[in-house]
Design a binder for this molecule. Structure first.
Ligand SMILES: [Zn+2]
Ligand SMILES: [Zn+2]
Length: 135
């Protein structure tokens, strides 16, 4: 495996072990023990992982989480739109893939003459356990 490949693997497994999306800085803190100490190394690895579809970036949090594919769900199809549900209390985030959502948003945009390049949806709220705790 190339050095870059090893770095990607290190960053990906750090994200997989975390139970929350992590910022690049938090990832850097986690991978120091594995010998990665430069922020640029982390950014490069994240960029490649995003290109390969193994990691997603949550725009609103500027944080990263592993694609659900990396825990065994089917690869995204071309028109899928991942939906991220983000808990505002505990910070957990989960990816839901639903082709119907992606198609509906594309159609809506296309009726305005807009050509869609990418769809990403972030939904804020309370996760099931925080909702139960809140009563
Ligand atoms: Zn995904
Ligand atoms: Zn929560």
């Amino acid at each position: 495996m190339t050095r870059g490949g090893r770095n990607q693997q290190t960053v990906l497994s750090a994200l997989q072990k975390a139970e929350r999306p992590m910022t690049a800085y938090q990832i850097l803190e986690t991978v120091r023990d594995a010998g990665i100490s430069a922020p640029l190394t982390v950014y490069r690895a994240l960029e490649r992982l995003q290109q390969d579809g193994q990691v997603h970036r949550l725009e609103s949090l500027n944080a990263y989480l592993p694609c659900c594919q990396s825990h065994g769900c089917a690869p995204h199809q071309g028109r899928d739109a991942p939906v991220f549900v983000i808990c505002e209390r505990c910070g957990m985030a989960e990816e839901i893939v639903d082709a119907a959502v992606g198609n509906a948003l594309r159609q809506l945009s296309e009726t305005r003459g807009f050509r869609v390049a990418a769809v990403s949806i972030e939904v804020k709220g309370l996760c099931a356990s925080c909702k139960n705790a809140a009563g």
